[in-house]
Design a protein around this ligand. Structure first.
Ligand code: PHE
Length: 354
């Protein structure tokens, strides 16, 4: 029986050495150490042995069983390593493949332009003052010297939040950033230690404005404005012109030319609109500037005495200038965007370009 055991071991190890995949190894285990293998046959014949033979054959059989099992384990590891090596060799990383670009999010074009405007104004000494989007009729119109039946107050132009029960002072969505002028001046004049001597102001008021209008390629119900306000002693129209000429050069380039055109706003006197030379055609005349050679970019003027008074500043002592511009409009002019609705359209093909 000992000879038979040796033969079993020799044959098993021999067949194991030629195995090269997991399936064959599984079959080998069933055949050589499984329940009906020749080795297990020896164990079942145990009963036939004499008392003296039993321990000898028993320990030999156990040794062969252990040897076969450890050989199988070794083979199994060997196979795993071979499989891994093979897959590593096959799945080579091609570092010469062009990379895939990762799309990163970015700021909305209007936000980018708002920040450009505010950066320039900050360099020129204008501090940001944020005012509210929900306003009263008093702040949005009355304090800004709008005559009682001015067309801008019409239902046509204004979103009223709460028109009932507030008499002639309904709550509304601001139609421009100018009510922030009153709030900023009142903040400063009321906090002043000497009420007759409130501090000078130089601020930029950014934010969303709302108008109850038909949405078209040229008008949206929601858009941004940036308002500028400077109040102090001896501020003149020359300061306004110098400030805006400087702003235009910083925003549209050193060579940008501009002109002031007389205009009207209830809260400024005198009032003007500023045009820049059309940067599409260079002033020759084209579709964008409607053949005029000029593009209107902002409204401005000297703060009306009544407005200064309403803000707590004595118009006999103080003067000031104000201007208001639209970042979306500037982007449209700069990038020849022919429809303002793109800004709220949420079409990534549009947004991606900025
Ligand atoms: N508030 C004006 C508008 O919405 C712009 C403006 C601001 C004009 C300040 C003059 C001074 O059109």
């Amino acid at each position: 029986m000992l000879d038979k055991l040796n033969e079993i071991e020799k044959a098993a190890l021999e067949s194991l050495s030629s195995i090269s995949d997991q399936a064959a190894l599984d079959a080998w285990r069933v055949a050589n150490v499984g329940r009906s293998s020749p080795l297990m046959g020896i164990f079942s014949e145990f009963g036939k042995l004499s008392k003296e033979q039993k321990p000898v054959v028993g320990s030999a059989a156990n040794r062969v069983k252990a040897a076969l099992e450890s050989a199988e384990e070794g083979k199994s590891k060997e196979l795993k390593i071979a499989t891994l090596a093979k897959s590593l060799a096959e799945e080579k990383l091609d570092v010469t493949l062009p990379g895939r670009t990762v799309k990163v999010g970015k700021l909305h074009p209007t936000t980018q332009q708002l920040r450009r405007v505010l950066d320039i104004l900050a360099e020129m000494g204008f501090q940001v003052y944020t005012s509210r989007e929900v306003e009263t009729d008093e702040m949005n119109f009355q304090m800004l010297n709008f005559p009682p039946h001015h067309p801008a107050r019409d239902m046509q132009d204004t979103f009223f939040v709460e028109a009932d029960n507030r008499g002639d002072n309904p709550i509304l969505m601001r139609t421009h950033t100018s009510p922030g002028q009153i709030r900023a001046m009142r903040d400063a004049s009321r906090a002043a230690t000497d009420p007759l001597n409130p501090p000078s102001i130089r601020i930029a008021l950014p934010g969303m404005c709302f108008r109850y209008e038909q949405i078209t390629a040229r008008s949206e119900i929601q858009f941004n404005q940036v308002e500028g306000l400077a109040v102090g002693r001896n501020i003149t129209f020359a300061d306004l012109k110098g400030t805006l000429a400087d702003f235009v050069r910083r925003m549209f380039g050193e060579g940008a030319r501009l002109r002031f055109r007389a205009s009207y706003f209830p809260f400024t006197e005198p009032s003007a609109e500023v045009d820049v030379e059309c940067f599409v055609c260079g002033g020759v005349g084209c579709q964008v500037c409607k053949n005029s050679g000029w593009l209107e970019i902002l409204g401005c003027g000297m703060v009306h005495p009544v407005v200064l008074q309403n803000g707590g500043y004595d118009p006999k002592v103080y003067s000031g200038f104000a201007f208001g511009m639209g970042p979306e409009r500037q982007l449209m002019l700069r990038n020849k965007i022919n429809d303002i609705r793109y800004f709220w359209g949420n079409d990534v093909r549009f947004l991606e370009q900025f």
